[in-house]
Design a protein around this ligand. Sequence first.
Ligand code: EPU
Length: 420
Amino acid sequence: MAKEKIVVEGGTPLAGEVHISGAKNSALKLIAAALLGQGESAIHNVPLISDIVVMSKVIETLGGSVRRDGHTLHVDTAGVDTWETPYELVSKMRASISVLGPLVARFGKARVAMPGGCNLGARKIDMHMVGMEALGVHFHTDHGYIEASTPNGLHGAYVALDFPSVGATENAILAACGAEGVTVITNAAREPEIADLQDFLCACGAEVRGAGGSVITVEGRRPLHGCVHRVIPDRIVTATYLCAAAAAGGDITLRNTEHRQLAAVTTALRQAGCRVDCGADYIRLTRTEPLRAVPPVQTTPYPGFPTDCQAIFMAALLQSRGTTVFVENIFQSRYRHVPELIRMGADIRTEGRVAVVCGVERLHGAEVVATDLRGGAALVTAGLAAEGITTVQGVGHIHRGYEELPAHLRALGAHITEEN
Ligand code: EPU
C-alpha cells in the first residue's frame, strides 16, 4: 500500500547513480496502440507506476489481457470485443483518450468518456477530433461520452494540425493505421515518444514514416500483429533527478538515458552553473557552486524546453543568484506548485503565463500539497534544498509518473522517507 506523505530533510548533497525507467508517456500510448494488432505484444522497460495500472485496466475493460512480469508488460488484445471506455477510468487518467484512435481503426466505432478538465487547465480534445474527422470519423457527444462512428469507412487523408499536439498526433497516427490509403499529418508533434510509437507500430507491421519530424505519413490497412518492443527512457524523469541534484548540490550519474532528448534542459542547467557531461547512455551532473539565474525559460513543443520540466527546474532555481523569468506556453494553468513553493520561502510572482523567480538566500521546510505530477516532484526537489523538514502531501500524483522516487533519492544520499 502506497504511503500518503513524502518527508524530506533538506541540506544533503546527492551522490551516486540512478537507472532511469522507461517513459510513461510512451508506454501508455504503446499499450493503447497494442489494440490495433490482434495478438500479444511484449513491451519491455515499462515503468512501475500507477498510470500504467490504469491503462492496463482500460485494456482489460475492453476485453484484452495484460500480464506484468517485472518491467515487461504482455498485452494481448486478441479478445477485445467492446469499444467503450468508461468515465471511471478516463477520469483517473486523461491519457485513456488514446484508445480512441485504435478503437476506431479496429472496429470503425468507439465510445469513450469525455476527459473534461484537469489540474493543468481545460485541456480540450478538439484537435484529436479534427484529425480523425479528416479520416472519415463522425463524432457525436452524448451524456458525457464521445461516440465515434465511420458510416463511410476510414480513408487516408491530409491532416493539418493547428498546433503540434502530442495526443492529437498520436490519435491521428493510430486511426490512420486502420484507414484505406495514405494519410499525411502535417504540423505533427515531434516529441521522442511519437518516434517510439512509430517504431512500435512498424514492429507490428504498420507502415509509418516521418515521426520525429513535422510530417508523418501512414499507409493504412496493413495487417498488424503483436511485437516485442523496448520503451525509450523517460526524459522527464531524467530531468527530475538532474534538477534535484542541481537544487541540492552534489554529483550524480543517470544511466539508461538519452541526453540528446534533453538538450534544452541540460543547456539551461549549464547556464545555471552546473557541470553536465553526457555520453552514449548516461548524463552526469555536478554542482558545487551556488546556482545563478538563467535567461527566460519558455516552454515550447519539442525540441524546446518541455512544459513537464518547468516546475522542477523552477524548484532548482529558487536559491539561485538573480531573477529568472518563466513563460508557460503549453498549458493554461501550470503554476499550481507556486503557492506551495512560496510557503517554503520562495520569492515567485505569477501573472498569467509568466512566473518571475527571484533567488532567495534560504528555503525552509514546510507542509505542502502536491496538486499534479510534475508540481509534486518540484516540491520534493525544493525540499531537498530547504533547511529543515518538508512534508509533501498528495503523493498519489507523484506515484502516477515516478517509480520509487523517494527510494532512488535515498540511494543518492537524501534524507527522505514515506509516511502515512
Ligand atoms: N490541446 C487542445 N486541443 C486538443 C489537444 C490539445 O487545445 O485537441 C491543447 C492542450 O489543452 C494543451 C496543449 O494543446 O494546452 C498541448 O497539449 P498536447 O495535446 O500536446 O498534450 P497531451 O497529449 O495532452 C502530453 C503529455 C503531457 C505533456 C504534453 C506536452 C501524455 C500522457 N501527456 O499531453 O504530460 O505535458 O504532452 O508535452 O503523453 C505529464 O507527463 O506530466 C504530462 C502532463
